[in-house]
Ligand binder design. Structure first.
Ligand SMILES: NC(=O)c1ccc[n+]([C@@H]2O[C@H](COP(=O)([O-])OP(=O)(O)OC[C@H]3O[C@@H](n4cnc5c(N)ncnc54)[C@H](O)[C@@H]3O)[C@@H](O)[C@H]2O)c1
Length: 112
């Protein structure tokens, strides 16, 4: 079964993208032709080429700690200036606990 996300040619931020579910998600969006910004607290630099080879319209990596609001804020401002902003985000670190929309999560939730 194939699921279309409708993100071909659009920008998406994937956090926790260096490994596991985040990496699989980033590659899935890349295969669909999205522009993928892959964020991780660990070094994910090598992932950009892998995402482009998989079909990403463009791919960027950045070292971002999603538990640190200042780190996320800095990177978000840079991303919106350089690439027209993101249209979607996919978060994997800190995904346990009470389900909630990523746009309504607050600092303590991300630090869990
Ligand atoms: N793998 C599973 O079967 C499973 C099942 C249910 C829930 N989960 C949850 O999904 C999440 C991801 O699981 P996974 O198996 O992909 O883990 P993983 O350890 O393979 O990958 C997590 C990635 O997130 C990054 N990361 C961790 N903290 C970060 C932070 N503060 N800022 C930015 N990046 C950060 C890590 O560097 C790593 O690259 C976890 O919260 C896990 O508890 C996983």
């Amino acid at each position: 079964m194939s699921i279309e996300t409708g993100l071909a040619g659009r920008s998406v931020v994937v956090t926790g993208a260096a490994a596991g579910i985040g990496k699989a998600t980033a590659l899935r969006f890349a295969k669909e032709g999205a522009k993928v910004a892959a964020w991780d607290v660990a070094d994910a630099a090598a992932l950009a080429d892998e995402l482009k080879a998989a079909g990403a319209a463009d791919a960027f990596t950045a070292k971002v700690n999603v538990a640190d609001a200042a780190s996320v804020g800095r990177r978000s401002r840079t991303s919106s200036r350089g690439g027209g902003g993101s249209t979607s985000s996919s978060t994997t670190p800190g995904s346990s606990g009470t389900p909630s929309s990523s746009s309504t999560r607050t600092g303590p939730c991300w630090r869990r």
